[in-house]
Design a protein around this ligand. Sequence first.
Ligand SMILES: [Zn+2]
Length: 355
Amino acid sequence: MPFFISAKTFKHQAKVLVKYWPFKTLKTTEARQLLSQLYGYKDNHHYRKILAQPSVALIPLSEEVLLTHYKPWVKKLADLGSINQTQAKAILHKLWPAYLDEKAPLSDKLYSAKFRFHGECNDFLSAEKASVPIDYAFDDRPSVKDAIEALGVPHTEVGAIKVDDHWVEFKHLMMDGQQVEVFPNPYSQTPYPLPYKPQGVPSFLLDVHLAALARYLRLAGFDCLHEGKDYGDAVLAEVAATDEHILLTRDIGLLKRSKVKYGRWIRNTSPEYQFKEVVDHYRLHDFFKPLSRCVRCNGAIEAVDIEEVRDRVPERVLEWQTDFKQCARCSQVYWKGSHFEKIMQILQKGQGQGS
Ligand SMILES: [Zn+2]
């Protein structure tokens, strides 16, 4: 059943629509067409016909009626005019300021959903929000991935998402009233495990501030891209995307970049604990290959004949050591010196399972 709109109001609203339409100039005839359809008529012609000879019952418009139809009308206007719902909402307020501005403020979002975060995902939330349902208000239909990040949790930390008891992927579009459960990675009991990595020995990319962690990981034999120079977030995200490295960082914003597929926000601040954190999280315990990778440049270390490196090793070392290795990339020479035992102790501590 169409709504009753007087000719005067209709004419005024068509002008408002033309004036505030967000895109290309809207013609008055198009504005009239949109309005007549919004209010339940077939088209402008239909509206004029019924107005001239009211043969059907019309719903009178009151504040109450308008508020009841507010959300469906925002959606309908957005669909009819091919604009987004935020724009449609703003226009509806221009059409009915007296009824809407106070009872349905423009700043209020149209829809809301409840999110509950589990396990390590709560590391990004304040104490009072951890593990309890959180309200998330939105317009339009954001993806669940965007909603999760807006609440503070980078997508790289998420292992599985359940919406109203169904497992979903990142691209799931939010709807009013949904209940969302977000689980940390890795999470295996879902048909849609979200990007995490391992399955074999992973490679890492570390931001400029994690030099000490890169050193430990290389000592343990893991492939670690790290430069002692800050190339900026965009470059890091690009490299992480291209080579599918796992990005390790203490910069939460960096992990929210859409190009980054695999990554982790490093919780600990001390390098030894950071190393253990990475080993435990990515289950690297069985993949240690100490002294196989150059600490300086990440190149592979290979056995080398003593004669080839003699001129680059101190005299006192040559007196007792005969076993030498060399980086295939930067030619750095390695041998098991007095510091070797200390390094092995640190690595073994990191390798120990659990805490
Ligand atoms: Zn090297």
